[in-house]
Design a protein around this ligand. Structure first.
Ligand code: DGT
Ligand code: CA
Ligand code: CA
Length: 545
């Protein structure tokens, strides 16, 4: 409490008092007995740094459990400023400076200031520190207005849609917005539906568990906040406008600005209700209709960012993005996940449900060979080959780790990982020639969480030079390439390995989310490793023991 008083006084710009409270706090920490015992002997003021004012506050706490002075300070300082104190590497002096120079009063304003580049050049704000702040803000997570990792938003959306479908008569229901574009972070969810009974749809929506607040409700739109603070907009639109609404609310804003201007050139008007010539509605039921009315091909949602897709379409050169249904391999299932969900039958069922034809199960280096052989036996006993799903086994080791890579099982695949290793790629991957470096795992390319992103360019060059693919996962803030890195990798000629990085069998369905990130990076089938897998391993050795 004394430290908190010091922080709050610092926020108010007090010069000497904060350090007096901190000194007293340090003395109490070093006390070696209960402060109540010292108080009982009336010796509080003999503690170094504890004068009359502080000892009175300690007495107050011991008798009432509170310190009125602290309570008043808490009331006086804006709550947003106190929240900022929780950020890594941010003390009261920094918060006060941000408050005074940029008028920042809380996490949202700080996030906006970072995005607007206002922190650049401020004394003490190197790029790395700004990255840390950005990550810290994302992790604060408690207040509204935070962007969420794609996968978290996707899972919430999945539950919401399933619930609405189960409880109300909906014809079409699609989550639009940044989630449909598979943006790596999502601000809020934008759900669109058509229904013969909109009121019932809204009733079911409002009854979703974990709703923190209802922000607004009209005839056609309802906005709620779902714990922990994710805003969700639901719109029920007429079927003849569904395509136009979907096009409008999928965005991105920049893409839509271009679309509207192309429409103007054709003497047309486009909005969330449809495409109009004068007052006549000429398209709106489907997105395809909307784009066709503007003489444009259908744009896959993932590339609607005004990053060259309009020009590509005009030149008739939209890339043939890898279809989600074409990704039939999940190339990096961590053995530890299989181990902790030991029933291979469940993995098989999930893999079949996800339409997979191949699973790569990867050992962390150092695990024993008997476990691998036991898995192989279990696999055969479960009839996995008849599913038919091919099993590939491999070893993951830190890229650049010294010493020969032992491959006792003869599986022939290795996964150099950045995880736990250095941020820049090694000169060479050490290993026996029988081992094919397959995918690079553990790269973090999105800076939306704490810590800076890895220097991806160097890894891309290394992947190209060593013939190793780069992993694309549904969680680039944790590991894997984000869509920007995907685009850079493709431009450099690197291959991609798409994986759901599942923790549980049911997570295999996240492969589609990872595929979305690859598509967002303009990946086509020929950019995938799965299009040209290394030769199948030698016939599985069934141990007899
Ligand atoms: P988010 O939620 O920050 O992750 O990103 P979005 O893209 O989902 O943005 P959001 O939820 O504000 O709006 C959804 C879509 O609706 C957006 O991508 C484009 C469209 N939209 C929203 N507001 C406007 C606007 O003021 N002008 C235009 N042209 N489009 C808008
Ligand atoms: Ca949104
Ligand atoms: Ca929205």
């Amino acid at each position: 409490m004394l430290d908190e008083i010091a922080d709050l006084l610092d926020l108010q710009g007090e010069r000497f008092k904060p350090n007096a409270y901190r000194r007293a706090a340090r003395s109490l920490e070093a006390l070696g007995e209960e402060v109540a015992a010292v108080s009982a002997r009336h010796e509080l003021d003999q503690i170094p740094g504890v004068g009359a004012a502080i000892s009175a506050k300690i007495e107050e706490f011991l008798t009432t459990g509170q310190i009125e002075y602290l309570d008043k300070l808490r009331r006086d300082v804006p709550p947003g400023l106190r929240e900022l104190l929780q950020l890594p590497g941010v003390g009261p002096k920094t918060v006060r400076m941000l408050h005074l120079t940029l008028g920042i009063e809380g996490p949202q304003e700080l996030a906006a200031a970072i995005e607007a580049g206002k922190l650049k050049g401020l004394a003490g704000f190197k790029d790395r520190k700004i990255e840390l702040l950005r990550g810290g803000l994302a992790a604060l997570g408690t207040s509204d207005g935070q962007r969420r990792p794609l996968l978290e938003a996707w899972e919430l959306a999945e539950r919401l849609v399933a619930r609405i479908r189960a409880g109300a008569p909906v014809d079409q229901i699609v989550v639009a917005g940044s989630l449909r574009r598979r943006r790596e972070s999502v601000g809020d969810l934008d759900i669109l539906a058509t229904s013969a009974a909109p009121a019932q749809v809204f009733r079911v929506f409002a009854a979703f568990p974990d709703i923190e607040a209802v922000r607004g409700q009209g005839e056609t739109k309802m906005t709620v906040v779902i714990a922990p603070g994710i805003q969700v907009d639901l719109r029920v639109v007429p079927p003849e406008s569904f395509g136009a609404a979907l096009q409008y609310f999928t965005g991105s804003k920049d893409h839509n600005v271009r679309i509207r201007s192309l429409a103007r050139d054709l003497g047309l008007k486009v909005n969330e209700y449809g495409v109009y010539r004068g007052d006549a509605l000429i398209a709106g039921r489907t997105e395809e209709d909307v784009y066709a009315a503007l003489h444009l091909p259908f744009f896959p949602p993932e590339i609607r960012e005004n990053r060259g897709e309009i020009e590509a379409a005009e030149a008739g050169q939209l890339p043939p993005l890898v279809p989600a249904a074409a990704v039939l391999s999940d190339l990096h299932v961590d053995f530890r996940a299989v181990e902790s969900w030991g029933n291979l039958g469940e993995w098989k069922a999930s893999a079949v449900a996800a339409g997979l034809k191949e699973l790569g199960i990867i050992w962390p280096e150092g695990k024993s060979g008997s476990e691998a052989r036991a898995l192989r036996t279990q696999w055969d006993d479960n009839g996995m080959e008849r599913a038919p799903i091919r099993l590939r086994l491999g070893i993951e080791r830190v890229a650049g780790a010294a010493g020969a890579l032992s491959d006792p099982f003869d599986f022939g695949i290795s996964v150099p990982t950045r995880r736990g290793g250095v941020a820049t790629p090694p000169k060479a991957m050490v290993g026996p020639p029988s081992v094919t470096p397959w995918t690079v795992s553990g790269l973090r390319t999105s800076s939306s969480t704490a810590g800076a992103a890895d220097p991806i360019e160097a890894w891309i060059r290394w992947a190209v030079a060593t013939g190793t693919a780069l992993e694309v996962t549904p969680s680039p803030e944790r590991d894997g390439l984000d869509s920007g890195a995907v685009r850079a990798a493709i431009a450099a000629g690197a291959r991609l390995a798409i994986t759901s990085r599942p923790e549980r069998p049911e997570d295999l369905r996240h492969l589609g989310v990872a595929t979305g990130i690859a598509r967002r990076g303009w990946a086509t089938p020929s950019d995938l490793l799965s299009g040209s897998l290394p030769p199948a391993p030698r016939a599985p050795r069934r141990p007899r023991n």
